[in-house]
Ligand binder design. Structure first.
Ligand code: NAD
Length: 278
């Protein structure tokens, strides 16, 4: 496959990118793709992630400023939006690539959740999108025709047992995206979620049973699992002016997983298991 050297799809556009932790992060790959397409942007992550992560390397590579922000704290979100507006003026695009479940980290089953931790899951992984967009409205920080993308997972529609309270968080995230999309549409502002297939990142690998989920999706998806770089390219299309009438959608970027019932490969493997050949 030829290497994509860019199409200048985001030339002159200004953005804000949440959630790049290390070079496997989807947000990291999106930042590199945004740079390739001619955008300038600010990078942000939780203060603790900045201490342990490698974000400064990405900032150097892309010429982006880094501003710490814990997305669950509305005051910090307001300060972030103020600082970003000061640097870039109004924003043309935002990537929300933030997710974390302390219940999953602690291995709490869905039938035995700690509710304080569940509240944190919802705050960080879903309500944060509301906070970011409400802050943008309050500070008049989005330009007309801007595009906002948040990353979701099919756990919002179908139950993935090991995804625990993140299934609920993603359902809420997608609802918040639709509700803001409905309200901001008059100014040509689009709000969408991309439902990405399993991807080997820090958040992904933190889920018990992730490798099995990854392999199952790989076998069921006609196109195979999407990489973080492929997700980045899809984000670029949504940030660009080529998708101006796409809003309030949850867009599956999963190699066909969400529509396929069973694949020949899985039938073959299960048949082998049943006949004891495996
Ligand atoms: N990896 C997958 O399989 C997969 C699949 C579908 C959707 N997603 C979603 O993609 C997004 C990005 O995840 P990723 O897979 O690139 O993993 P990642 O671990 O690289 O990114 C998650 C980010 O969330 C940040 N974060 C956590 N708590 C925060 C807080 N309080 N304030 C600010 N930032 C905070 C982390 O520091 C990290 O940068 C998440 O929403 C995730 O749910 C991932």
């Amino acid at each position: 496959m030829t290497q994509n050297t860019g199409y200048n799809l985001l030339k002159g556009k200004k953005g804000l990118i949440f959630g790049a932790l290390d070079e496997r992060s989807i947000a990291w790959r999106v930042a590199l793709a945004c740079k390739r397409e001619g955008a300038s942007f600010t990078l942000t992550n939780a203060p603790i992630a900045l201490r342990f992560g490698a974000l400064n390397q990405l900032a150097e590579k892309t010429g982006a400023a880094v501003i710490p922000c814990d997305v669950s704290d509305y005051k910090q979100v307001l300060e972030l939006i103020d600082a970003t507006r000061e640097e870039h003026g109004k924003l043309d695009f935002i990537l929300h690539a933030v997710g974390m479940s302390p219940n999953i980290r602690k291995g709490n089953d869905y039938t035995n959740l700690n509710y304080k931790l569940m509240q944190q899951t919802l705050e960080i992984s879903a309500i944060s999108l509301h906070k970011v967009l409400q802050a943008c409205v309050e500070k008049e920080a989005l330009s007309d025709g801007a595009s906002v993308v948040a990353l979701s997972y099919i756990g919002a529609q179908r139950v993935f047992s090991k995804y625990s309270d993140m299934n609920d968080a993603k359902a809420l995230l997608e609802s918040i995206s639709r509700n803001f999309g409905s309200r901001l549409g008059k100014r040509g502002i689009r709000v969408n979620t991309i439902s990405q297939g399993p991807t080997k990142t820090s958040a992904g690998s933190g889920i018990n049973g992730f490798d099995a989920m990854y392999d199952f999706a790989e076998k069921l998806s006609p196109l195979g699992n999407p990489t973080a770089d492929e997700c980045a390219d899809y984000c670029i299309s949504l940030f660009s002016d080529l998708t101006r009438k796409v809003t309030m959608q949850n867009l599956f970027h999963d190699g066909g997983f969400s529509t396929n019932g069973i694949s020949e490969e899985l039938i073959f493997e299960l048949a082998e298991l049943n006949t004891g050949k495996k």
